[in-house]
Design a protein around this ligand. Sequence first.
Ligand SMILES: NC(=O)c1ccc[n+]([C@@H]2O[C@H](COP(=O)([O-])OP(=O)(O)OC[C@H]3O[C@@H](n4cnc5c(N)ncnc54)[C@H](OP(=O)(O)O)[C@@H]3O)[C@@H](O)[C@H]2O)c1
Length: 231
Amino acid sequence: MLNGKVVAITGGFGQLGVAVVQGALAAGAKVAALDRAPAPAAASNLGDALALGGLDLAEPDVAARALDEVARKFGGLDALVNIAGTFRWEELEQGSVDTWDLLYRVNLRSAVSTSRAALPHLTRRGGGSIVNIGAGAAAARAAAGMGAYTASKAGVAKLTEALAAEVKDRGITVNAILPSTIDTPANRADMPKADFSRWVAPKSIADTILFLLSDSARDITGALIPVSGRV
Ligand SMILES: NC(=O)c1ccc[n+]([C@@H]2O[C@H](COP(=O)([O-])OP(=O)(O)OC[C@H]3O[C@@H](n4cnc5c(N)ncnc54)[C@H](OP(=O)(O)O)[C@@H]3O)[C@@H](O)[C@H]2O)c1
């Protein structure tokens, strides 16, 4: 499905990131996992992926250097998956203004910086794809405590739409996945009484991302796609 395509995945050491790394490798891609966390030890669950850790991808220079390294190592770049992100639940009065900066930086600025750094490589290739991770919660009315998170993820949706329009004539597609609650160990620990079977599995989101990276999705761009299990 992705035979020989070069795919860079941010947040590649996280719960969803690892599922996408594994899926892309199994689909025949050459994969680079980029993350702020330290690169895992040799026998990790990242298989043959190039693992680049310790990167704050919200910094444009860091993102550019990382993608240059990926392109140098693999001979170009065909796709970018922006998964790096985080979550905070915090009400305004009890919380901190800094939380809004943090979520903006991690969820939106990292996708902006890394997408910008990918564009020269994708353009050189004559086309490619970018997939962002937004959030289903940002497409609905924001609940209490969800202001900073949904504002940052709404930004990801608008980045997706605008960039799709800006690069469509270059054969570059830009889409976003809007997950509901993902079935991760962290969410299970935070919400022990929830019905985990209703949540969406990382592999299920990964399968949709792999489709969007494939040639079968060449005419899909600017789409915001909910992948929500039974939530
Ligand atoms: N989990 C959910 O229920 C859910 C629902 C909707 C959307 N999402 C979105 O889905 C994505 C993946 O979620 P997940 O649960 O897999 O998260 P995760 O396990 O926490 O993985 C996220 C990874 O991104 C890295 N990262 C954070 N800031 C970064 C930066 N500035 N530069 C580079 N890497 C950075 C993190 O590194 P550190 O560990 O060093 O911070 C971590 O390894 C996120 O964008 C999240 O907002 C998640």
